[in-house]
Design a protein around this ligand. Sequence first.
Ligand SMILES: NC(=O)c1ccc[n+]([C@@H]2O[C@H](COP(=O)([O-])OP(=O)(O)OC[C@H]3O[C@@H](n4cnc5c(N)ncnc54)[C@H](O)[C@@H]3O)[C@@H](O)[C@H]2O)c1
Length: 281
Amino acid sequence: MSEIIGVVGSGTMGIGIAQVSARAGFAVVMCDVREEFLQRGLSAIDKSLQRDVDKERLSADEKQAVVGRIKTTTELKDLGEATFVVEAVTEDLKVKTELFKSLDSLTTPDAILASNTSSISITKLGATTGRPDKVIGMHFMNPVPVMKLVEVIRGIATSDATYEKVRTLTEKLGKTALDCNDSPGFVSNRVLMPMINEAIFTLYEGVATRESIDGIMKLGMNHPMGPLTLADFIGLDVCLAIMNVLYEGFGDPKYRACPLLRQYVDAGWLGRKTGRGFYEY
Ligand SMILES: NC(=O)c1ccc[n+]([C@@H]2O[C@H](COP(=O)([O-])OP(=O)(O)OC[C@H]3O[C@@H](n4cnc5c(N)ncnc54)[C@H](O)[C@@H]3O)[C@@H](O)[C@H]2O)c1
């Protein structure tokens, strides 16, 4: 396969995207700002693939081949040959717009620039480039190797040809693409985050304990995990950033973030990734 997939960011999502891309046979170049982040990412990928080897879903040789298809770099210019770039850096408009400007200048004019953003406007990201027709949202779900959905977001200028290429790529990655238009929170987070935020309000107001809130939603609504557990899994900083985007995007007070969520983020209790959120890990 001649196509090269560039992945920017080797955090929770970037490593998942790199892993499924390499597993589907693509050559991958994964970029982050520090070598240690890349090494941490590679070791997480190795562990994830090893679980598949242990369960006999992958041979040891195949695992080596998958790992061998992932190159890492701290230099963005090493993504110059990529046909697709999927950006999965920190959910921050300034960081992402600067990155899209750089990607636009260093990739070939035909390359598609996709963002894994949970909530930032694809139209806005596209407008920072000279190729808004080739800028699109590819919203993978966490954990990427497990979750089937890629929510594909069309910015106002995204072309049908770009959408078709991304849909085809998504299928090659073994995922299902479902599309929507650019709007704050898209579909997934516009529906999910207010539910999580409301669950945090019930905790904040002492309506119920964390166990009870999560248990009610699990047993009563058949959700695989409760909203507070899910928030810890997503990262509370990510949840807060998304609520802020909904709040600003719609200008509607119903999207205000719960003060308890703000406090936890201020305290550095960001969920699983920091060892403490609504639960302790
Ligand atoms: N965590 C989730 O459940 C989830 C789900 C869907 C989408 N997302 C979105 O995916 C994106 C990444 O989220 P995450 O949870 O993986 O974040 P993360 O904090 O785990 O990882 C982000 C990585 O990006 C790197 N980075 C920051 N600026 C960079 C730059 N300029 N160049 C290269 N690397 C840079 C950081 O060093 C870090 O390693 C965000 O836009 C987030 O909204 C997250």
